[in-house]
Design a protein around this ligand. Sequence first.
Ligand SMILES: [Zn+2]
Length: 233
Amino acid sequence: MTEELFREDSYLRDCDATVVAVDDNSLTLDRTVFYPLGGGQPGDTGTLSWDNESAAIVDTRYGEDGSIVHHLEEGVALPNIGDTVHAELNWDRRYIHMRMHTAMHLLGSVLQYGVTGGNISAEKSRLDFDMEDTVDKEAVGTALKALVDANHTVSCRWISAEELDAQPELVRTMSVQPPRGKGSIRLLEIEGVDLQPCGGTHLKSTAEVGAVRIGKVEKKGKRNRRVNIHLDD
Ligand SMILES: [Zn+2]
């Protein structure tokens, strides 16, 4: 299994690692800072370098065995199993994903409805809410900005199913029920705002979200409102 360095520190931009598997134009490392596609957040991109060679990492996905697979540009020479390589994120893109992802949690706490879907990209992000009401764009935008400006601390911690069971008040405050039967659960907490299981990469405080704006609100069915957000800088 790949050691997932981004889980403990989402601000890591690069790492040294050892190649453990190579397949066509993709490879697996023993450890990585690259986030694999999941939870609505895109897989990371960046650069892999070794000896005097380098290649673009164009996508990152989970492999069938649960390891993290880095997909390289087509037609490049690849390092060999056992080689030491250096993996560096396209940090500007990832940091935007972190801002968007953290903003999504804030949006979910402003609109207290069930979330039925979501997607993050650098250009825009969206959440789908199970709601029939009309979304007051101005009020939601104002509430979102207030949460950003309040600079709430964002943190992650791991908790076992047993610890969770011993603290029922924790589950009651959560916006999403934690998955069961997976051993430890990763909790994302925005102090005083949101607590829920999440495996993504987040900021360390809400002020870093910066200038966020509510975009189009789309009616995707009788009980589905899709709310888009954009970053303005
Ligand atoms: Zn999250």
